[in-house]
Design a protein around this ligand. Structure first.
Ligand SMILES: Cc1cc2nc3c(=O)[nH]c(=O)nc-3n(C[C@H](O)[C@H](O)[C@H](O)COP(=O)(O)O)c2cc1C
Length: 384
């Protein structure tokens, strides 16, 4: 059963976490997952270099419920997104392809030609209305994820204003995207233990709680979860998340529970198991086989955010009101243009495997206004 989890003095209401997902885990989505039961949510990965160079777009990825940016109703451009690609709608594996586009937006790397995305062109900054978020006390801790490989720039990011309100900062050491790896970032740090150690210890000097998310290894022959877990703990991390697949596997195939278990047995800090949790049965199996302190859920949350209600033993709420609330919040924070693209995509996720889902997706993608998306959602999602 889910239980509260303490991480270096920070208490999460439960041990079922929402994973960082580039292009998806924006503020309204994270808030919805929290309401559904997620014990801790992570922003998508943001570039430490982007923060160093003052990129407004990078800062925007770090909006949270008490952001002064949000509360003050500042001018805020919708996040660029390269993620509107139909491939992602067809299978869970499609998400990883979408991630390439989304990561490109986070990193400024043009992974797909802008023309192919249909978004981000001619989009103007939009004023954000006073939102109502940003006031009051946060109900639970929040986490951000950063990536980079320069120890000083990473530490500077941890100390930055943009990250000041986050209770935990996670370092991405698992990203398989070639453009990231080529820069020596993400999973490349698992091939360079000494630099990984420097990055973590430099970040820990910021005084923030630091966690690391990594994979069981680069390839089947070079699995090293226990060794890397020890390195993280020794360098000052207070939490690790182990994705049970190698970099070579990207997001496909079963997870290696033995490797996650080895990491758990190697350290005294909490260990979160990630990969392949789609329902309560998967979660139990993952916890039993790894001995981990909790689980982190990624793709299941896109297709069925109510998975958090299932995993935390709550009654699953109907989908439609959640969808409409997310739509409203997304528009309010990021503007109609972004919300249209994003919410069409989210609705399409929800339709996967449903009767008439393929036709529903076509109709959604033909929608030109948010009102149309809302009305189609009422028609298509109300059979729940
Ligand atoms: C669309 C997408 C975007 C992702 N973005 C990130 C990211 O920004 N940072 C990260 O550490 N992992 C990222 N991941 C990996 C997930 O956090 C997670 O490790 C992976 O999907 C395995 O979990 P799952 O089997 O529950 O999906 C992403 C995955 C997907 C599908």
């Amino acid at each position: 059963m889910p239980h509260a989890l303490e991480i270096a003095g920070m208490v999460c209401p439960n041990n079922v976490f929402l994973a960082p997902m580039a292009g998806y885990t924006n503020l309204p989505f994270r808030q919805m997952c929290e309401e559904l039961g997620a014990g801790l949510t992570f922003t998508e990965m943001v570039s430490a270099k982007g923060l160093h160079y003052g990129s407004e777009e990078t800062k925007l990825l770090l909006l949270h419920g008490t952001s002064s940016l949000v509360a003050e109703g500042s001018v805020c451009p919708p996040p660029a997104s390269g993620v509107e690609r139909r491939t992602m709608l067809n299978s869970p594996v499609g998400c990883e392809r979408a991630a390439i586009g989304a990561l490109a937006s986070a990193t400024g790397v043009a992974a797909v030609p802008a023309a192919a995305t249909g978004v981000g062109e001619g989009v103007r900054p939009q004023p954000i209305a006073a939102t109502g978020v940003g006031e009051g006390v946060r109900p639970q801790p929040i986490a951000a994820q950063i990536f980079g490989s320069d120890p000083e720039i990473m530490r500077e990011a941890c100390e930055s204003e943009a990250l000041k309100d986050f209770d935990l900062i996670d370092i991405n050491m698992g990203c398989p995207m070639p453009k990231i790896v080529k820069n020596g970032e993400g999973s490349a740090l698992m091939e360079n233990f000494s630099l990984a150690e420097k990055v973590i210890s430099s970040c820990a000097k910021s005084g923030k709680r630091i966690s690391v998310k990594f994979r069981v290894g680069i390839s089947e022959d070079t699995k090293c979860a226990a060794e890397f877990a020890r390195l993280c703990e020794g360098a000052g991390a207070c939490l690790i998340t182990v994705h049970g697949r190698t970099r070579e596997k990207i997001y496909a195939g079963p997870c290696d529970f033995d490797e996650i278990a080895a990491a758990k047995n190697a350290v005294n800090i909490p260990v979160i198991a990630n990969g392949g949790v789609w329902n309560a049965k998967d979660m139990q199996k993952t916890l039993d086989r790894t001995g981990a302190d909790g689980v982190m859920v990624a793709r299941a949350a896109l297709y069925r955010p109510a998975v958090f209600a299932e995993l935390t033993g709550r009654e699953e709420p109907p989908l439609l009101p959640l969808f409409l609330k997310e739509l409203e919040e997304t528009e309010r924070l990021y503007g109609e243009r972004f919300a249209l693209v994003f919410m069409r995509k989210m609705a399409a996720f929800y339709l996967k495997g449903k009767r008439g889902g393929a036709r529903g997706k076509q109709r959604l993608f033909a929608a030109q206004t948010l009102a149309e998306v809302a009305s189609l959602a009422c028609e298509l999602l109300s059979f729940e």
